[in-house]
Design a protein around this ligand. Structure first.
Ligand SMILES: Cc1cc2nc3c(=O)[nH]c(=O)nc-3n(C[C@H](O)[C@H](O)[C@H](O)COP(=O)(O)OP(=O)(O)OC[C@H]3O[C@@H](n4cnc5c(N)ncnc54)[C@H](O)[C@@H]3O)c2cc1C
Length: 470
């Protein structure tokens, strides 16, 4: 093992091979403190050639390699196991914008660029890179691609899969695959890039990406609506889509229990409407034409929804600051939930029409299991992706009660209901370590065997992010 460390140092320089506990600590645990591992070292290469050399060394020495981006993932995918044998490969030093071409409508970047950095580079060229996540200041493009990230703009622009034009990937034997094309059409056999998108670092290390750019919206209108029931949210959403088409960029649902949690735990948040309602919908419509009268049109649509009782109240932001205050409520949910107790989150998606059924059934199951649970719901209604978050009293942790079996029973119940309604157990966060066991049941033997076959083909030595996904 000492041999490989010396070899790694000769590739990236001794200063970029971290071994001291103080230096490696941030790379060995996730931000929620749920996953912790140990590693031989953390390596920080600065170029694709250095990544390739590191991978070749690891293959030679049969040393497991764990790619890590911003370490903002929620399923433990970027955290090594407890063996202490793995090398964590951090992409953070690969953070250059390589090219931006207005005619191609594409930006080409190193995988270690943060999402915010790519958004800014696009904005500087009066273009939009539309992916938007609460973690955008820290998460990296490579991590976004490896997890096929979603976020709040999927409705209009799609998940990361739809935003990637081409990839540069270091394969598990150290070969560099240059698929960094900016083509919109390319029917030359198997679409290999799609195998790496969402593979969570198990098939290759993404070192560069060509991404789609869009026209920047010049007008927007943001509103928060109060709803008497979830069915009404579906109807309002359908009507807004009929009226505004693809201009509906965001439709985020929050339960009153979720909003109350945010107001209780996040400083600087205020209740946006006079009275509480069971559900709220945060809606944003945008247009690339500066003079499109979106606020007026949105108000008209909401007045109509109000007269038919679909919504009971609404506020339309009058300024950027008011819109930001509404968005703060949505972006603060993770912080609020973390401060509320023991959080057991879910990333399920169901067909949009089944959302009310799913929430009713899953809530009933969890309440039967744990009468002490507080259940909050937040999610992207336009994608059917509802995060049902179960919050248990903090006292459970202090009492030293084992949380793992409780979490498993709750996860099973929620996943069962999603799958029964034609849904999925992971819509945007991935599988990582946390959903490996339920994945096999969800996929079934034929799909699992195909996935294992693909893994064997790409990574016959099994060195790339072992113990994740499969
Ligand atoms: C406040 C907050 C809000 C969030 N909101 C959302 C949301 O709305 N939607 C959403 O989808 N996610 C969300 N997330 C989760 C997380 O930000 C995303 O999963 C993100 O895409 C992870 O990027 P990362 O760079 O941090 O990856 P990491 O956490 O470092 O890694 C994630 C996975 O990708 C692999 N990986 C990382 N980089 C590479 C690479 N270059 N090549 C190959 N594999 C790689 C890792 O091995 C791991 O399996 C949120 C997280 C936080 C903290």
């Amino acid at each position: 093992m000492a041999d490989i460390v010396a070899d790694l140092e000769s590739v990236v320089g001794a200063a970029q091979v971290l071994r001291d506990a103080g230096d490696t600590e941030p790379f060995l645990a996730d931000w929620r403190g749920r996953y912790r591992g140990t590693a031989l070292c953390v390596v920080r290469p600065a170029s694709t050639a250095e990544v390739a050399a590191v991978v070749r060394l690891c293959a030679e020495h049969r040393v497991p390699l764990v790619p890590q981006g911003g370490n903002t993932g929620v399923v433990g995918g970027a955290i090594p196991d407890a063996s202490g044998r793995s090398v964590v490969l951090s992409l953070s030093r690969m953070n250059q914008i390589r090219a931006l071409d207005r005619h191609d409508g594409a930006i080409t970047v190193d995988a270690g660029c943060t999402l915010a950095q790519v958004q800014r580079a696009a904005e500087d060229a009066d273009r939009l890179f539309p992916m938007s996540l609460g973690s955008e200041g820290s998460c990296q493009i490579g991590g976004n691609i490896a997890t096929n990230a979603g976020g709040t703009a999927v409705l209009r622009y799609g998940t990361m899969r739809e935003l990637v034009l081409g990839l540069e990937v270091v394969l598990p034997d150290g070969t560099v695959w240059d698929g960094l094309r900016t083509l919109r059409k390319d029917n030359t056999g198997y679409a290999l890039k799609h195998l790496f998108i969402g593979a969570e670092g198990t098939l290759g290390i993404i070192t560069g990406a060509a991404l789609k750019l869009f026209a920047r919206p010049k007008a927007s209108a943001t509103a928060l609506l109060a709803l008497p029931e979830l069915d009404a949210a579906l109807e309002v959403f359908a009507r807004l889509r009929e009226t505004f088409g693809e201009r509906v960029t965001t439709a985020e649902i929050l339960s009153e229990s979720q909003l109350a949690g945010v107001l209780a735990h996040v400083p600087g948040t205020v209740r946006p409407l006079h009275t509480a309602a069971p559900w709220y919908l945060l809606v944003e419509v945008t247009d690339t034409l500066a003079d499109s009268n979106l606020s007026e049109a949105l108000e008209g649509a909401l007045e109509e929804a109000m007269t038919t009782g679909l919504i009971t109240d609404a506020t339309v932001a009058r300024s950027g600051a008011q819109a930001a205050a509404l968005w703060k409520l949505r972006h603060s949910v993770s912080e609020a939930n973390r401060k509320s107790g023991v959080v057991i989150g879910h990333d399920t998606a169901v067909p949009i029409s089944k959302i009310p059924d799913f929430v009713t059934r899953a809530t009933a199951e969890v309440e039967a299991l744990r009468p002490d649970a507080r259940i909050v719901a937040v999610g992207h209604i336009g994608d059917g992706n509802i995060h049902l978050v179960v919050i248990l009293p903090e006292a459970l942790r202090t009492a030293g009660e084992p949380l793992e079996p409780i979490a498993r029973a709750i996860n099973d119940a929620v996943h069962r209901q999603a799958v029964a309604l034609g849904g999925t157990i992971s819509a945007e966060h991935g599988i990582g370590q946390s959903l490996r066991a339920p994945l096999a049941a969800f996929k079934g033997p034929a799909e699992m065997e195909l996935m294992r076959g693909i893994k064997r083909l790409f990574d016959p030595l099994g060195i790339l992010n072992p113990g994740k996904v499969l």
